[in-house]
Design a protein around this ligand. Sequence first.
Ligand SMILES: [Zn+2]
Length: 1062
Amino acid sequence: MLRTVSCSASLSSSSLFFRFFRQLPRSYLSLSSSPGRNLRRISSPSAAGRRLLLRRGLRIPSAAGRGVNGQFSRFSVRAVATQPAPSYPDVGQDEADKLGFEKVSEEFISECKSKATLFRHKKTGCEVMSVSNEDENKVFGIVLRTPPKDSTGIPHILEHSVLCGSRKYPLKEPFVELLKGSLHTFLNAFTYPDRTCYPVASTNTKDFYNLVDVYLDAVFFPKCVDDVHTFQQEGWHYELNDPSEDISYKGVVFNEMKGVYSQPDNILGRIAQQASDPKDIPKLTFEEFKDFHRKYYHPSNARIWFYGDDDPVHRLRVLSEYLDMFEASPSRDSSKIEFQKLFSEPVRIVEKYPAGRDGDLKKKNMLCVNWLLSEKPLDLQTQLALGFLDHLMLGTPASPLRKILLESGLGEALVSSGMSDELLQPQFSVGMKGVSEENVPKVEELIMNTLKKLAEEGFDNDAVEASMNTIEFSLRENNTGSFPRGLSLMLQSIAKWIYDMDPFEPLKYTEPLKALKARIAEEGSKAVFSPLIEQYILNNSHRVTIEMQPDPEKASQEEAEEKNILEKVKASMTEEDLAELARATEELRLKQETPDPPEALRCVPSLNLSDIPKEPTYVPTEVGDINGVKVLRHDLFTNDIVYAEVVFDMGSLKHELLPLVPLFCQSLLEMGTKDLTFVQLNQLIGRKTGGISVYPLTSSVRGKDEPCSKFVVRGKSMAGRAEDLFNLMNCLLQEVQFTDQQRFKQFVSQSIARMENRLRGSGHGVAAARMDAMLNVAGWMSEQMGGLSYLEFLHTLEKKVDEDWEGISSSLEEIRRSLLARNGCIVNMTADGKSLTNIEKSVEKFLDLLPENPSGGLVTWDGRLPLRNEAIVIPTQVNYVGKAGNIYSTGYELDGSAYVISKQISNTWLWDRVRVSGGAYGGFCDFDSHSGVFSFLSYRDPNLLKTLDIYDGTGDFLRGLDVDQETLTKAIIGTIGDVDSYQLPDAKGYSSLMRHLLGVTDEERQRKREEILTTSLKDFKDFAEAIDVVRDRGVAVAVASAEDIDAANNARSNFFEVKKAL
Ligand SMILES: [Zn+2]
């Protein structure tokens, strides 16, 4: 994918019937739950990090992927309609005809209460799905079939490049202008192994059509095919600043992919998918790149999606302007994806991956078994049944395949496990990482034996019922989190449509689900699932086993190889060549650093300030109490679902127990009670509710020394089952026993694996947490529960589990006693008014059962890490570089303009310097208005000190800035777009709770909004003075390679304290 970092982020919700039900209770860790996010949604990788990474069909959950949305959401399709089809504006055959389209078919789809019409553009054959309904969050997407011919990454580089200027919008990056100045609720692009998607979404109709026009022009008429500079910038080029220096490779995709493959899990995926390799990117020529665009970016090879409450005739009118300019092309035939024949024999692959020198290398092997399931299309019911099977085997901690593998102690955690059906041929994978060499064959054996056993014995009825309820709940709730519903539907539809199959079919699940339920009821679940395991997995000879071995030499070897190639390139050049290369490098840099002229910027359509609502969106909130406990009620339409949060104070928790809290949360959900095993308890939650989660939450509170530190229990259920929901919450909190030493040991090793993954894949998050922990108490608390300190704690704890389990178990009990109390607790509920009244009794009962007060007196939170510049060493080819300081310490008082300014710094100064000319995949800043901490961060960055220098130049950049009114207006609108982000009802209720906890009132929000809307150039200058504190008194933390850290410390007399992490 494109810019908001984290490439090809495609939500798992794009999957039709696989995977999407994976969401059962699981504690999520603290770092991703910074409550300030909803108030300062500055586009950053941490948001994108919550999505899933998709490269060549393989989905790799990011380390931070335990956020609220990932947890609480998924899938798409809306509840079954019970009322007759409403009528939506129609496009008559004559009207379509006049605009050059023919109507192919039309259906009312009750699952998403939408009327969907498939059109074909007569001249080019371009197909258009036009979906009309009442959803104001409108979605447009254009999808092209782009089969790669080699491993040079052409489709991905093209995906980036087409958004760098076009015929009507001839500026450097219209995409960035849209990011800065539109109200988009979604704006991005992704590359799949065989397709490239360009989606946008907005709730504002005028804004929506602005986005649509920029995207259409970009796809069909990009400048990049005539401009080698874009190819060099986004793809690759040789960089030589001075003929006496070494040549290096630069390029955004080049670095992006290097970063992706610094993570062993992703290397595993690359092998499984035979995906492109960053090493091969420099083989790509500009000619091949242009050819690829000519061939596949053509209306005949395009599928276009419109969704929402806008006028369907207008959609066709906008499209015809573009499509009519083309003649039919044979590209549709030449891009056809053919079924691959299944192997007749299993295959085994052994590969090395780069690992650090420290730690026990013997225990770092990975093994994964993959099956390609079919060489023919599967019918919807079989797909649904396979998705169901996936959930039964792996979907929850209680699912047998997951449970048996984790309990075996053969490895630390699962890797890339589950069904995936986004490509032509579905696949199933399961594997483990953190495996010792001698256990590698045992893991494979255990996987095969467990699958055999499941085929022979089937699943127990409670498990089947729990999966069924979870699936039905997901379908009814259709909670796609911050991902637009219409986009989720598009990705499902396209997964068939792209292969010339029926685009309507994937949207209609009611009948196949009913049929599947009936079959299970009649024949029993074994008769349904056992043959599937046998046919598609056990008796399927297309099995690819991949084993990965750690190699401490590999990273430096790869670096040496690259250096070697570059030295040869340099040696083959004459003096004139070198002078020319240095000149070309300089030319590219100059071009990158020269801002677009105002008239070019003006051509990107934008809203006016008058189009912007003057008031923030208010969430109906009634503050009351039940038996002395504060209760917040949000009366919103939720399709008969109740969302509830119970918040406890952490004010009585002893400091030394803090790092145990995440494991305490996991233990609550995965240990069981005196009467129920954890499997039974888990199934009960699955059968009765839509899920329960527990997690700690910390944030600074503006103007206060004491941080907000809470423990949250979050759950949802159908309104009629609210009593069950609260009973189960009570059961988890009060009855779970901390007695299972073996399970606890697994939790520890899983957490270590997750933290290590986080260091490699989201090093910027680890760096940010580290700086926060030096600068404020809430940050310190959070780092204790999810940062590098937490990883260090886990390593100590790993030994302690064997030596002093009694001690740990009683510490867990002590945490429970310190947290659970009716006094100081807050209940938050979101549902319609009638349900809110109906559930009161259940809440009352729940509260009555709580102890009155916590054990132990109030503690004062005052921990901080020592202020110092730190470099954290990991085996990597790209770095994460951060620097932060507290701007409130300069006397700066929060003004709404700060949001506009920090967004502008990210989108201009850092974007141009850190990303475009620095070659990093991302560079951005983050301002926490609660603590006052302003941080700069880079992502997959080839540089280190150079990036810090750029950060230090921010104050001067602001002082020298000359923003005209138009630029300012755009920045203001973009900021309002962030503040007004589209929210589903559960998210509205949750945001309101967060505001309540952090003392943010509606009056303050209104004032903040007015300050945003009236931001002036003077605010920028004033802010420059405040931000200098980061340069002068800030701390720097980098997560980087040993080589780069050494070089930095040599160049700048031991600037960094060095810390080894992996
Ligand atoms: Zn990308």
